[in-house]
Design a protein around this ligand. Structure first.
Ligand SMILES: C[S@@+](CC[C@H](N)C(=O)[O-])C[C@H]1O[C@@H](n2cnc3c(N)ncnc32)[C@H](O)[C@@H]1O
Length: 368
């Protein structure tokens, strides 16, 4: 395939630099906007092309030396060649651009991105794969394994667990979850310090003295438990039965955890539940907060509709995928006002971004 010179104009969500050649977007990994690179076109599609960098001819002042010997081959990190402040700026911009372009939102009330105190050695768990004696991560864009001795974005304890696994005589083929000893076995946030900042941010955003909190996609109740003091009643929903069992373990009387599909529970059962609460109080259910923290696929159309029908006074959307977040906010725009959008850097050196959006209902619901 041919090698071309390209001027990188932007870094797209996912981590690749974007250039234009003959009117077509060309994606080049491991590049930074402003750089002039020569790159080999490796895939040519109708709308865009993909290229691999061959040489950086004019490099960005934000370019730094990666700390990991596997960087560029391993599928995990995308930004080790970019200084940390600039990684933050890129991620902030990508969130704003997704909300404007996909979400069609005009004035996005963006707040500054919350950085990670640790730029390396932050991951409290990893999953490595073993096959035919090779233990490590998948090569970028492939299912081929690279043998990995150490992962610099993981905590020392996790790397010790990796060394111990590698020292074993016969490691069976399969997947191995390696974690710090404090980590529970159900879903948990991977970066402890940023998870704490995320929790604190949500505590700040949710007003006190409310009737009902619904924590949808609650896992083991990370947000529900942090917000207990502000509510009379708390309901968590997750379809992972182990996570729900963990949430129930130390639950107080006001907490209810439901093992079920959010889509079903929000549409079928929640209306009944919230009615029960309001009947008990002999008044209308006044203040309700809904926290949603879905997987990268975002909210289904039915969940979006259920949220509009439910019209919670406060809606907190925690997202790990700006494009699906933008799609969902577009649908919620009629019913809710966006108060603030706060990106968090839960995953330094990688292309992933966490975002918290604070929304308020525009009008009180007709009936509940
Ligand atoms: C990003 S995690 C959030 C977990 C939790 N909020 C936390 O911070 O620990 C997403 C969670 O959604 C759950 N989940 C995904 N799809 C679901 C669905 N349709 N119904 C219920 N739970 C779902 C997963 O089991 C997982 O625990």
């Amino acid at each position: 395939m041919r090698v071309v010179d390209l001027r990188i104009e932007d870094v797209a969500f996912g981590g690749k630099g974007v250039a234009r050649a003959q009117g077509k977007a060309v994606f080049v990994p491991y590049t930074i906007e402003g750089e002039l690179v020569s790159a080999e076109i490796v895939r040519e599609k109708k709308q865009f092309a993909e290229a691999e960098p061959v040489e950086v001819k004019q490099s960005s002042p934000n370019r730094v030396a990666p700390q990991c010997p596997y960087f560029g081959r391993c599928g995990g990190c995308a930004y080790q060649h970019i200084d940390y402040q600039h990684q933050l700026a890129i991620k902030w911009r990508q969130v704003r651009d997704a909300l404007q372009r996909i979400g069609k939102l005009k004035d996005v009330p963006m707040l500054p991105i919350i950085p990670s105190p640790r730029q390396y050695a932050y991951r409290n768990r990893i999953t490595v794969h073993a096959q035919d004696g090779t233990i490590g991560f998948f090569r970028r864009d492939s299912h081929q394994l690279i043998d990995v001795q150490r992962c610099p974005i993981s905590r020392d304890e996790v790397n010790r667990a990796l060394s111990e696994l590698r020292e074993q005589k016969h490691v069976r083929d399969g997947h191995y979850a390696l974690r710090t000893t404090s980590e529970p076995r159900v879903f948990s946030q991977v970066n402890d310090e940023v998870a704490q900042a995320l929790r604190d941010l949500i505590i700040d955003l949710v007003p006190p003295n409310q009737d009902l909190l619904v924590d949808a996609y609650c896992g083991a109740g990370f947000f529900a438990k942090a917000l207990l003091d502000k509510f009379e009643r708390v309901i968590g929903i997750d379809w992972d039965r182990f996570a729900i069992a963990a949430a129930k373990e130390n639950a107080t009387e006001k907490e209810t955890y439901i093992a079920g599909d959010v889509e079903h529970e929000l549409t079928a059962n929640l209306t009944a539940l919230s009615r029960q609460v309001s009947e008990r109080k002999e008044s209308d259910l006044r203040e309700m907060t809904l926290v949603v923290d879905p997987p990268a696929t975002g909210l289904s159309a039915n969940v979006r509709k259920a949220i509009v029908d439910l019209a919670p006074t406060t809606l907190i959307y925690v997202s790990c995928d700006p494009p699906t977040l933008a799609r969902d906010l577009r649908d919620l725009d009629d019913q809710f006002t966006i108060d603030s959008v706060t990106p968090l850097d839960m995953f330094p050196q990688t292309a992933e971004i966490e975002v918290v959006v604070h929304l308020r209902t525009k009008s009180p619901p007709a009936t509940r």
